[in-house]
Design a binder for this molecule. Sequence first.
Ligand code: BEZ
Ligand code: FE
Length: 618
Amino acid sequence: MTPFEFTSGPSRVVFGPGILDRLPDEVTRAGGTRVLVLSGSGTAEAAGRAAALLGPLLGGHFAGAAMHTPVGVTSTALELVRSLDVDCLVSVGGGSATGLGKALAVRTGLPQLTVPTTYAGSEVTPVLGETDQNGKTTRSAPEILPRAVLYDVELTLGLPVALSVTSGVNAMAHAVEALYSPDANPATDTMAVRALTLMSRALPRIVADPGDVEARSDALTAAWLAGICLGTVRMGLHHKLCHFLGGKYGMPHAATHTVLLPQVLAFNPAATPDVLGRIAGALGVRDAAAGLHDLIAGWGGPTSLRELGLAEEAADDDLLRAAYRGTRPPGAAAVPDFGALTEQVVASFAATPDPRTRVLLTDLVRVLHEFTNRHDLTQREWETAVGFLTRTGQLCDDTRQEFVLLSDTLGVSSMVDLLTNSRTPDTTPSAVLGPFYVPGPPAEQQGADIARGLPGTPLWVDVRIEDVDGKPVPGAVTDVWQSNEDGFYDVQLPELAGPVLRARFTSDADGRVRFWSILPSEYPIPDDGPVGQLLAAAGRHPYRAPHLHFMISAPGHRRLVTQLFVAGGAYLDSDTVFGVKEELIVDFGPGTGEPPDGRELTEWNKVVYTFRIAGEQQ
Ligand code: BEZ
Ligand code: FE
């Protein structure tokens, strides 16, 4: 385990299309009565809308915010704060507007709200970076964190594509560096991976259609999540380099992030293979650095510092030289329209009328696409898989269900079973049905011998069926079936005249079912088909642990399909269909005293068990 510390800031987030309308309420909530609206010149229109919405709450509008928060601009705005006598700040725009809001808030203690129009993420951090003639300084304080953030998706629709890409990659940088931060923790890990997935899927859609509201919403969500990472864990080499280049050469912030991120991933020893793998998985590429480089190029983003205007002499080490030239990091190519293809297929199911069907189908598509891309599936591998599934289907008929066997050996049947059991925790766990059940087995009286003369160690079975309150369930139809001494079911033995080692009993007034049989033994599942080939290819054995099957049906109760496993039997811990559950492992040991029903036996075994079945409503 890895110890960690996590402090999250007390900032309020309201998110949605048209959420700007809530600005007056949010200002009042923060205690503001007279507001100074802050923006850069580029977002003056959105800021104008905010000002208009504020009505009588508006004190003034300052549209001079500038990149890297120069202290000179802050001083000018500060005079305005004083002369207009405002008691609340609302910044509207990207990192520049947010930065100015923070710079004023830390100097005046006034509450600040922010309405981001880019993916900068700084709106949810308590960090302020400022520049003066000596370069950039950064500080952190609780007052720097905005009180409330209003994420209005509609305000981002007009963000130019080029800026959307660089700003989006800037947000991705926050997520990437959070993953290898010394302060990384489960919360930021989760947010970072989600941010990378959302942003890398959103940007190609925004490039294709800047007005795509869903894509914009995903990108803004990603920016927020990545911003929380930025605000809660320390950033690393990538941010240091970007700040250095920004402070020293005035390089544009988001674009510099965009160029450097793939290069830092390729060079940075802190980015361990584990972290790189997670980043690649989230981005849907095979190689984090090369894949990200290809994605950015595909979205039309900058890939070299040269094109951003850096002087060649400034690039004075390996990493910066690679960034200067835009050298592609080594590694497998990203599938350029991976995300777009997935979204196209997902969208094709958007109108599925049944909501559950829609969720299952679209998520199946996402998982299959991600798997296909992650493993760089070849045409031959795809053909092998299709051939395997075809043979699996061709083997299926009324008596052979190779698909169920495949599900069993992949553990999917038992997974469904576990989920089902988890819904009725007070009842006996179920277990897979298996292919050897035959509906309508011969009805037998209590005490009958279902082995019908087959050799084996005699076994007395004495089970009781009760409900969740412990009351006996009489009249429960109880089907039982099992393998013989050699591990075969009757249906596998054509020489047998009729059903053997299977029967139907009805529980008596005490909910009991008693009968004679023989000890079941371990056996291989049918392994002469594709599933057998799969097990052989994986070096897996085909054996099931010895067990006795039950199917119990009673009016007003849920049907229970389960198995009792012989304690101490073979393969209990490697059952090939993963069907063994601790509560179902039972003593099948030697019986003591006189055998029941007056049978004359020197050696016999016995199993006693109580099944608890759920009511229909449970
Ligand atoms: C069985 O127990 O009969 C069984 C279950 C799953 C696959 C094969 C056999
Ligand atoms: Fe079985």
